[in-house]
Ligand binder design. Structure first.
Ligand code: CMX
Length: 441
């Protein structure tokens, strides 16, 4: 397998780099932790090393060092398409090297050969009522494949831990290959009256997904390519990627780990935000009976803030500038969907929201994030069911989860186990009093 050979070539160098850091600089202090950080979701505390991606507060995510703009420019595209092959991105994420078009196609060919979804997955999804959460179905569908894990089988037989990454990679390729049909099955069950569509082996990975949900148009193919590229990874410390990594660190197989990651993604403060953003824009259009003026939009945003709610699609825990993924979507929208009232409304919000958020004096990043436009674009091109948007996010993010996990096994990362303290211990620490002197509560 192409990826196996490439990773094999690189693994020794990475193991040596990691071991050297551990052996020669193991005591080097890179950060201290404050009481405030412990109580604030360990915000900003470095807890992970992974080279798959890194979020630069100003420039946004870099995949293996390449900015989003560079990825879109440098990764090979299918003929006459605006966005790259997803297989090419996976090659970059896994190996750190830009692929040729032939290599990008080879990855997608490999996925095509592994795409058959075990029947148990459909049985599990069918056990859910049609109106159940699409993310719950997605997570359960992925979980149902755990019994097919090659890693779990080989581990049970006994294997050298330095080889764990090999069946982990094998499982990852199976999972990524099968995921589009699983997502399409959920979409068709929920929104197309159970009318399922067979995959088309002549289409690339992204286009085949659009085909399987009945949106067989080149424009939608490109939209899906764009979304899969933009959302594939965002560092390994966000809720979903970190969860997947954490579960994987217990040597749970890739299906158990990725299902857990998807459950984190389903939260409204994380992946669910993309559907909330679209609903927010949709509500504005409904309230004003069309595209609001800047003054109307400002009033609406003010009343949102006054009622203690956030403006969805704005702000970020790490970014301190316009999210470059938003910029890609904005440019694409300006080029393709300018007459759409939802896009026009999102554009007006973009004109007024940053200044308003700056004036609150507390929002650290008043700029739009990727979620501000994803749903608007999906909706324009026929994906009108906002409750499905997080599934599309998850379909993309599985690439990041699996790459982090394969490399965690490749460099022999151990089980993750940070430390939890009690309030009483903290009180003793800050007052320099002994634990015994503090009243037991
Ligand atoms: N609208 C209104 N208030 C906002 C805000 C927004 N878009 N973004 C931040 N704030 C507020 C926070 O609620 C917080 O208020 P309190 O002090 O009263 O609690 C204050 O500004 C400071 O927050 P922050 O440090 O700037 O932001 P956080 O790191 O705590 O939170 C995020 C980041 C994304 C959860 C927050 O900006 C938010 O809720 N945004 C809207 C929802 C959204 O777009 N989520 C998608 C995130 C994309 C991603 O995760 O990739």
């Amino acid at each position: 397998m192409l990826l196996e050979n490439k990773i094999s070539d690189k693994i020794q160098v990475w193991r040596e780099r990691v071991n050297r850091l551990k052996q020669e600089y193991g005591d080097f202090v890179i950060s201290t932790v404050t009481v405030d950080q412990i109580y604030s979701g360990i915000r900003g505390v470095p807890i992970q090393v992974s080279d798959i991606s890194y979020v630069d507060p100003e420039k946004g995510v870099r995949y293996q060092g390449y900015t989003i703009e560079e990825c879109i420019k440098l990764l090979p595209n299918p003929e006459n398409c605006s966005f790259p092959y997803v297989g090419g991105l996976y090659y970059l994420l896994m190996t750190g090297e830009l692929p040729t078009a032939a290599k990008a196609v080879a990855i997608e060919d490999e996925w095509r050969g592994r795409a058959e979804v075990p029947k148990v997955v459909f049985d599990v999804i069918d056990a859910f009522p049609d109106d159940a959460s699409a993310m719950a179905m997605f997570s359960a569908g992925i979980l149902a494949m755990s019994s097919t894990s090659k890693f779990a089988a080989q581990y049970a037989e006994g294997m050298d831990k330095k080889d764990f990454w090999l069946p982990m990679l094998d499982d990852s390729m199976d999972l990524i290959a099968r995921a589009p049909e699983i997502c399409a099955y959920i979409y068709n069950k929920k929104y197309r009256g159970h009318q399922h569509i067979d995959p088309d082996p002549n289409l690339d990975y992204a286009a085949n997904f659009a085909h399987m949900i009945g949106l067989d148009e080149p424009k939608v193919y490109d939209l899906i390519r764009m979304s899969l590229i933009l959302l594939a990874d965002h560092e390994n410390a966000n809720v979903s990627a970190h969860t997947a990594h954490l579960v994987g660190s217990a040597l749970s197989d890739i299906y158990l780990a990725c299902s857990a990651g998807l459950n984190g993604l389903a939260g409204p403060l994380h992946g669910l935000a993309n559907q909330e953003c679209f609903k927010f824009i949709q509500d504005m259009v409904n309230v004003f009976g069309g595209v609001p003026t800047e003054e109307q939009a400002l009033d609406y945003l003010n009343s949102t803030l006054d009622s203690g709610r956030v403006i969805p699609g704005y702000g970020h825990a790490v970014l301190r500038n316009i999210d470059p993924r938003f910029s890609v979507e904005y440019k694409y929208g300006k080029f393709t969907v300018t007459d759409d009232p939802y896009f026009q409304t999102a554009d007006i919000v973009f004109k007024v929201a940053p200044e308003l958020l700056k004036r609150t004096g507390k929002v650290k990043n008043p700029w739009p994030n990727v979620d501000a436009l994803t749903g608007v674009l999906f909706h324009h091109f026929g994906l009108t069911h906002a409750n499905f948007y997080t599934v599309l996010f998850g379909l993309s993010r599985l690439m990041g989860f699996t790459c982090h996990i394969v490399w965690a096994r490749a460099v022999n990362k151990p089980i993750e186990r940070p430390k939890a303290l009690t309030t009483r211990i903290l009180e003793a620490m800050v007052t320099e009093d002994s634990l015994e002197n503090l009243v037991r509560k």
